[in-house]
Design a protein. Structure first.
Length: 435
């Protein structure tokens, strides 16, 4: 009933609004479903989604040898996934809100499972790239729907903790998933990790379908046609937002010029044994996980610019000593550990800073575009590195100094961008506090 009808029947309009709110909330989460179980399912979805992405690059040399792919073309495989995820993630911002969250998540997960399993059936570079495109096309929306479910279900006063649990899936995938995938590939060939992740993904998809409640409460407040596009245009028209997206692109390109090629480089250029590759990623993941908890308070105390500059200096130094002009005798494990430390300093500083850019009402749109920029930038960087590298007869990568030099150049740029964003954020915060 509307407010007028409510008044005629002796019911306060406020009571009607509250009743409608209760109906919407009950449509989102039935009372017998616990928040904890929903958070667990969403975190499981993110674990599968992230593991599907991060395991491929360390496995690159394995399927390159098995399928006759050049070591220099490994970046094309990683870039295929991120390019598809960028397109589908951005497109999903315009249509995913029209469907039940449970249905959208189920379709996204099943598509991801099919794409992942297809990777294990690949017979060459074209079929493997096609499989990764399919996985990325569904992996991008799976991430968007997952975070939308958390925002729908968890009240604001508990949402930060819930997001922390869901985002912790990245650390678990890095610390445990990558070494496990490398060991499976070593024992059973490169298809085995793809099939294992696909099987886990199918299990998680089934749990999501049968255990998640129907979530249609967001459909009750449909926006007028064209509203989303106008809000999007207003967001990107702000200079600080565009500067933030430019920083996102620079940070991502600096990383993904090198990351897809690390596994092949340390094995064939630096002679690191394949059987110890899992240990390399396990230790690097642990260091990164521990450093995340230490860097956060430093960012709060000193600011993103200063902490991010430390990360940039560490990254530039390790890129030079480990990739541009390798220092003989420098342990590969220490190169990787320092690389992960520099990445952690930079990423925590960057994420903290960009979280202050959008206004509260535009955070979802901002994050959606930012994710698309990240995926697209990583794809472009991966494709660019594949063009710059060449495989030598002994499988060593030729051209790594050029790739490292370009990565160093981008790395040295982003402290300047950090400074510009931090200064504008401070000005905006000061203006908001004025009476």
């Amino acid at each position: 009933m509307d407010n007028r009808a409510a008044a005629q029947r002796g019911v306060a309009p406020e009571a009607t609004i509250e009743a409608r709110r209760s109906v919407v909330e009950s449509a989102i989460v039935p009372s017998h479903r616990s928040e904890r179980s929903i958070i667990f399912l969403v975190a499981a979805v993110q674990f599968i989604n992230i593991l599907d992405f991060v395991m491929v690059m360390p496995l690159g040399p394995d399927f390159a040898v098995a399928l006759g792919i050049s070591m220099s073309e490994i970046g094309l495989i990683g870039g295929s996934y991120t390019a598809a995820a960028a397109v589908s993630g951005l497109a999903g911002a315009f249509f995913l809100d029209r469907f039940d969250r449970r249905s959208a998540l189920a379709v996204s997960m099943l598509g991801l499972v099919v794409g992942t399993a297809a990777g294990g059936l690949a017979t060459g570079l074209p079929s493997l790239m096609a499989a990764r495109v399919l996985a990325g096309a569904f992996g991008g929306p799976a991430t968007s729907v997952s975070f939308s479910i958390v925002a729908d279900v968890i009240p604001p006063e508990r949402r930060g903790k819930a997001m922390g649990v869901v985002m912790g899936a990245f650390s678990v995938a890095s610390v445990l998933g990558i070494p496990a995938g490398l060991e499976l590939a070593r024992r059973g060939g490169f298809p085995l990790p793809f099939f294992a992740v696909a099987a886990l993904g199918l299990l998680v998809a089934g749990l999501a379908i049968f255990l998640l409640p129907s979530m249609r409460g967001h459909l009750a407040g449909a926006r007028p046609s064209g509203g989303a596009l106008r809000e999007l245009s207003a967001l990107v028209a702000r200079p600080i937002v565009m500067l933030s997206f430019a920083t996102t692109a620079i940070v991502t390109v600096a990383s993904f010029l090198v990351i897809p090629n690390i596994s092949a480089y340390v094995q064939y250029n630096l002679g690191y044994p394949r059987e110890r590759l899992g240990l390399l990623y396990f230790v690097g993941g642990l260091v990164s996980f521990a450093a995340m908890r230490a860097v956060g308070p430093l960012v709060d105390r000193f600011g993103s610019f200063q902490t991010g500059t430390v990360g940039a200096a560490v990254l530039a130094a390790v890129l030079y000593a480990g990739f541009f002009s390798y220092v003989p005798g420098l342990p590969v494990l220490w190169i990787f550990i320092v690389f992960m430390l520099g990445m952690t300093f930079r990423n925590v500083s960057y994420n903290t800073l960009t979280s202050k850019v959008p206004r509260p009402a535009e955070r979802a749109r901002f994050t959606s575009i930012q994710s698309a920029v990240q995926h697209l930038s990583s794809a472009l960087a991966s494709f660019a590195s594949a063009r710059m590298l060449h495989e030598l007869p002994d499988r060593r990568l030729d051209g790594m100094p050029t790739v490292a030099a370009l990565s160093i150049a981008f790395t040295l740029v982003f402290p300047v961008l950090f400074f510009g964003i931090e200064r504008r954020v401070a000005v905006a915060a000061a203006a908001a506090q004025r009476p």
